[in-house]
Design a protein around this ligand. Structure first.
Ligand SMILES: [Zn+2]
Ligand SMILES: [Zn+2]
Length: 295
């Protein structure tokens, strides 16, 4: 059955006639060339912002769904995005910090309840097998399992025109943290995961179609009035990438599109973050990632 939108399009009705206004250019392009699509499921951080779920990104290639990180809220965001809820073709986890993995049990178990029949592969840093074992402590025979692959940098997945390459990044004292590069027949995408400015990532991402990168606001960074808040600026500099630093990196990487993700705003507006990126020297196309947007 054709969707209402498809019917309107086939009739040549102007976008402005649609009740929710014109779709974004990226969404429009994807309606006509649907081979690879990025869906931002969660653009948030540990802070439980109702408008920004925990880190999670879907890359859909001709109907095949690949997930990158599984933050809190991932199952509900999948449903909201009208994506499969019975499990991905494969899951890739950047690192085992809680904000990136709180939805892992939900994904494993809820996809099973939603009629998943077979295990799906999960790729991530050392420790992933143990984490998975603990989640599935009461394992019984059945299709809800997953097959865990603890990875190192390099090509970790290659199947039917989809290749995923792990990039070792630096996330402060956290030992194992990865970004991922996804290459399909029509697009290249890099997801930074959590990282401070990374030369390995610059090298792996040069000229990529879409760069999805974490960010914090440089101008808002200050000690905070809470336990451990005195160390917050130092922590951010060692573990994360500021908007200004990201602008500098993106100037060297020259992605066709830069999406700011994992937004540590500290009160900064979209415009402030974008200004930071410009200050860093990037003049290309850049957007602030929002949950459920498609590119
Ligand atoms: Zn982290
Ligand atoms: Zn994080």
């Amino acid at each position: 059955m054709q969707s209402a939108l498809a019917i309107l399009l086939s009739l040549g009705i102007a976008f402005s006639a649609l009740p929710h206004g014109p779709p974004r250019p990226a969404a429009m392009a994807s309606a006509f060339s649907p081979a690879t699509e990025v869906i931002l499921l969660g653009t948030g951080t540990p802070y439980p912002d109702p408008a920004a779920s925990g880190p999670a990104t879907a890359v859909v290639v001709n109907g095949r769904m690949f997930l990158f990180d599984v933050g809190a809220g991932v199952m509900r965001r999948l449903k909201a995005a009208n994506l499969p809820i019975n499990g991905p073709e494969a899951l890739f986890i950047t690192h085992l910090h809680s904000d990136h993995t709180l939805g892992y049990a939900d994904l494993i178990l809820t996809s099973w309840v939603m009629r998943r029949r077979a295990p799906f592969p999960v790729f991530g840093p050392p420790g992933l097998q143990r984490m998975t074992n603990h989640l599935l402590e009461h394992e019984v025979a059945g299709g809800y399992r997953v097959s865990v692959h603890e990875i190192r940098a390099g090509i970790i997945y290659e199947k039917d025109g989809v290749r995923v390459t792990a990039i070792a990044v630096q996330h402060g004292a956290w030992k194992e943290s990865f970004g991922y590069r996804i290459d399909t027949t029509d697009r290249s995408i890099v997801i930074s995961g959590d990282t401070r400015p990374s030369e390995a990532l610059v090298k792996a991402a040069r000229g990529v179609d879409i760069l999805i990168h974490e960010v914090y606001s440089a101008s808002r960074l200050a000690p905070e009035d809470r336990p451990g808040g005195k160390d917050w600026p130092r922590y951010c500099r060692e573990y994360h990438t500021s908007d200004v630093e990201l602008g500098h990196l993106a100037g060297r990487i020259q992605p066709k599109l830069l999406i700011l993700d994992h937004l540590i705003r500290m009160g900064a507006s979209d415009d402030e973050l974008l200004a930071g990126v410009r200050t860093g020297g990037y003049s290309g196309r850049v957007v602030i990632g929002k949950d459920l947007e498609r590119y």
